[in-house]
Design a protein around this ligand. Structure first.
Ligand code: NBP
Length: 470
């Protein structure tokens, strides 16, 4: 088996197993290694059915079984495990070999590892992979970043195992340095916002409209036929339809209302703050998950803070139509903010990311795949250098058509005590970005009054300070 495998996969949890099978089913010879040998044995016994996959039980054996230059994909837990695996691999690698990290690593860690390995002549790619376990097996969306030479070593393999859309394989070079993991992080931030938007309209249907879970599922199914056609819309409907085998009730209604997170949404919010890019809808989706954790506090406060929690709007049919428009607004605002963040990050970190290519790669295979992506790509291509989708007349028209509906929903939601942070921030984002004059003049005057921070004037150039309190 020496030197015969075209690709090596380290880490055989769900993602690694399915990617190894995906490579093998596309005709590539694969060598697999996992720290705990029992997992490798179970994989070969339970899942490998004649595919060209060979196991290695030591790192030495693993390095030996790969064609030179080696191509290795790490699918281990993000964080210190990636460094530990690289440490273990290093003595067995040679200049020219390529290591890819396919996990959800932080883009700054990816840049550090890239430098670390470059000093030893070894190439490194940070590869964002989306699609969950099913996507990994049947065709994920793949976002590789690093040097173009490193990408050229695996382009044919990655584009072969990726999801295929009418616009080509859902894998493309995302740019230099940590671009691949940065793009995946923004993907996840948009995913958080989309899911938060879905959760809010579900809450509105349940609380303000009093709809049973089945009817809410049916509504998502109907919306999935239109502009909201998306993996997450369909998934919401399917999850809402699922009945608990034990009780016969919709399982979702038996699930504790605390949402978990693994970090990519928070990293995106942190990066946006560092770069000075406003991404309110992406950020509030992270905060909403954090707030959900304070269940006991919410129960205590809620008991002492009465508010009408059920109020059917005068026309439930009209409310549903407005709600569909409102969710579209959340989705469009989330993409708009995410793409602005990508534009600024690409400029600040010199990634050279082509956002039209990003949108093409998100077209299929990934969690945020949605009908809107084709339109968004056309908008970005109108002028790829524009940071904002909001500069596009076509994009503005889509928002304008939905903003009033969002306002009506927000008024009803307030009356019914339904918090809608993603929708509120989406509407606020559009309203703020269309205002040539914001009240920041008063903030600046106060800053100057208490801290002599100075201000600029509208009517003449220069920097001014006033003794406001004399
Ligand atoms: P996990 O994130 O659960 O990681 C488990 C794997 O990491 C096992 O193979 C484990 O080996 C290995 N590992 C750990 Br933990 N510490 C290690 C160490 N110090 N040295 C060597 N190996 C170590 O697996 P996953 O859910 O398949 O995800 C893999 C990566 O892909 C993660 O970064 C994840 O965020 C990302 N991702 C996951 C999904 C998804 O849907 N799950 C989607 C997209 C991306 P062991 O068997 O010896 O414990």
């Amino acid at each position: 088996m020496d030197r015969s495998s075209e690709i090596g996969v380290v880490g055989l949890a769900v993602m690694g197993q399915n990617l190894a099978l995906n490579f093998a089913r596309n005709g590539f010879r694969v060598c697999v290694y996992n720290r705990t040998p029992e997992r490798t044995e179970a994989f070969l016994r339970d899942r490998v059915r004649g595919e060209p996959i060979v196991p290695a039980y030591t790192i030495e054996e693993f390095a030996r079984c790969l064609e030179r230059p080696r191509r290795i994909l790490l699918m281990v837990q993000a964080g210190p495990a990636v460094d530990q695996v690289i440490e273990a691999l290093l003595p067995h690698l040679e200049p020219g070999d390529l290591v890819m990290d396919g996990g959800n690593s932080h883009y700054a860690d990816t840049e550090r590892r890239m430098q670390w390995l470059a000093d030893r002549g070894i190439r490194f790619l940070g590869v964002g992979i989306s699609g969950g376990e099913k996507g990994a097996l049947l065709g994920p969306s793949i976002m590789p970043g690093g040097s173009p030479e490193a990408y050229a070593m695996v382009e044919a393999m990655l584009t072969r195992i990726a999801a295929q859309s009418e616009e080509g394989p859902c894998c493309a070079y995302m740019g230099r340095g940590g671009a691949g993991h940065y793009v995946k992080m923004v993907h996840n931030a948009i995913e958080y916002a989309f899911m938060q938007g879905i959760a809010e309209v579900y809450d509105f249907m349940k609380t303000a409209l009093g709809m049973p879970t089945e009817a809410i599922a049916e509504t998502f199914e109907r919306w999935n036929e239109g502009t909201l056609n998306a993996f997450l819309t369909e998934l919401a409907a399917r999850v809402l339809r699922y009945r608990d085998p034990e009780t016969g009730d919709p399982l979702v209604e038996r699930i504790l209302d605390k949402a978990e997170q693994k970090g990519t949404g928070r990293w995106a919010a942190q990066s946006a703050l560092e770069l000075g890019v406003p991404t309110p809808t992406l950020t509030v989706a992270v905060l909403a998950r954090t707030l959900s954790h304070f269940k006991a506090d919410r129960e205590r406060i809620g008991a002492a803070f009465p508010w009408p929690d059920r109020r059917t709007p005068s026309s439930p049919e009209a409310a549903l139509s407005d709600l569909e428009a409102a969710l579209n607004l959340v989705v469009l605002a989330a993409f708009s903010q995410g793409l602005w963040l990508l534009h600024e990050a690409s400029r600040a970190y010199r990634y050279g990311t082509d956002r039209a290519e990003v949108l093409r790669v998100w077209r299929a295979g990934c969690i945020i795949r949605a009908r809107w992506l084709g339109f968004l790509r056309e908008v970005v291509r109108e002028d790829p250098e524009d940071p904002h989708l909001l500069f596009s007349a076509r994009f503005r028209a889509e928002l304008q058509a939905r903003l009033s509906a969002a306002g009506r929903i927000l008024r009803e939601a307030f009356e019914a005590g339904v918090p809608m942070p993603a929708l509120s921030t989406a509407a606020d984002y559009v309203l703020s970005m269309r205002r040539s004059q914001l009240p920041a003049n008063l903030i600046q005057a106060q800053r100057d009054a208490f801290g002599a921070h100075t201000y600029e004037r509208l009517d003449r150039p220069g920097v001014f300070h006033t003794e406001w309190l004399d």
